[in-house]
Design a protein around this ligand. Structure first.
Ligand SMILES: *Cc1c(COP(=O)(O)O)cnc(C)c1O
Length: 368
């Protein structure tokens, strides 16, 4: 159906920055700079600077960032890795695909791992924790880092949804051994196809990741240092991402304005929980604006029927997909939020009229 307010509008976004994107495209194409060239280095340098780490390594996807991070941290068979019960499935699949066992932990009201429940999931085999910063809001990293230090665990941050967020000014992706990034088209910094990266302060890890992404090869000497993978960030995507990264601060500011408008317009509706947590040290960048509506699917269906495109990620928790063979240890908060979640449109393409229409439509649901 034709929505009156779309969840995202990639063509409109392109129109906003067309000149810069076209210039980047023409430069790459006319020079024939396709693989591991200056555009990739430039983007990696700018990303590292933005995140506040020494290194960034461009990869093909957020999944690859998680996978390569776990390989580089020597996580493998016999190890357990703690992951949240509510996340995108790739967080967990990366653990399974290095041969380790994911151990799921429930989340709290902010959709992020409930740090108070991590300790009971730790065993003698636990090797790492992957906190996920969901929706643009960081997991409680001071607490995660303290817990990891006291148990000698590696921390890999799944920061795929939270570029630009921070706690006490320290950016997401700069706390753990690595920060893992996705530039999938609909992330806060989205390319025009799959893309991702690792950020890290560890020079050995950065070097290993650079080799693993290119079949284990050292590009200077031609020596193969490992059986690697093919998961290098494309030069063309890097050139596009470099353009978009320059706009990110202004785009985050716009997202915060939209979130403030939603907060004001949707306050006080019965059974509607808004994603505002009043922790001033936590800088929320609103990759997604996920509300919890007690009416669940009746709420999300009403919005869609009235022309507002919304997402409900996810009505079915990933650990309930039988083929994934995961252990359900009982996750009441995840179960409850999966019934209630609804992501309202949140993108820099939204006009003031779009935002007002979303607010009106939500209010109309409660006054129907
Ligand atoms: C998008 C995402 C990923 C995976 O990123 P891809 O680039 O799609 O592989 C992993 N974790 C989270 C939390 C994500 O949102």
């Amino acid at each position: 159906m034709a929505y009156r307010v779309r969840f995202v509008d990639p063509a409109k976004n392109y129109a906003m920055i067309k000149e810069e994107i076209d210039r980047a495209y023409l430069e790459v194409m006319s020079r024939g700079d396709l693989v591991d060239r200056a555009q990739l280095r430039s983007f990696e340098g700018n990303l590292a600077q933005y995140v506040g780490t020494k290194f960034a390594v461009g990869l093909n996807s957020g999944y690859d960032a998680l996978h390569i991070s776990l390989r580089a941290a020597r996580v493998g068979p016999g190890h357990e890795v703690i992951v949240p019960a509510h996340t995108f499935v790739a967080t967990c699949s990366a653990v399974v695909n290095v041969g380790a066992t994911p151990v799921l932990v429930d989340v709290g009201r902010d959709f992020n791992i409930d740090v108070g429940r991590i300790e009971e999931a730790i065993t003698g085999r636990t090797r790492a924790i992957i906190p996920v910063h969901l929706n643009g809001y960081m997991a409680d990293m001071p607490a995660v880092m303290a817990l990891a230090a006291s148990h000698g665990l590696v921390v890999v941050e799944d920061a795929c949804q939270s570029l630009g967020s921070s706690i006490h000014g320290k950016p997401a992706g700069s706390w753990g051994l690595t920060g893992c990034w996705s530039f999938y088209p609909f992330k806060i910094l989205g390319g025009y196809g799959d893309a991702g990266a690792i950020t890290t302060d560890d020079p050995d890890l950065a070097l290993l990741a650079r080799r693993l992404r290119y079949n284990g090869e050292d590009r200077d000497t031609g020596e193969y240092h490992a059986h690697g993978f093919t998961c290098l960030l494309d030069n063309l995507q890097a050139a596009f991402l470099d353009v978009k990264l320059r706009h990110l601060p202004a785009w985050i500011a716009k997202r915060k304005r939209i979130a403030a408008t939603y907060r004001e317009g949707l306050a006080g509706l019965p059974g509607l929980l808004l994603p505002h947590y009043d922790r001033p040290a936590f800088n929320h960048v609103y990759q997604n604006y996920v509300v919890r509506a007690e009416e669940g699917t009746a709420f999300s269906d009403y919005l869609k029927e009235h022309g507002v495109e919304v997402l409900t990620q996810f009505r079915k928790p990933y650990y309930r997909h039988a083929a994934l063979a995961l252990v359900d240890r009982g996750f009441p908060e995840t179960e409850a939020l999966c019934r209630e979640v609804c992501s309202l449109p949140m993108s820099v393409e939204l006009s003031d009229e779009d935002i007002s229409y979303v607010v009106e439509t939500v209010r109309a649901f409660y006054h129907r």
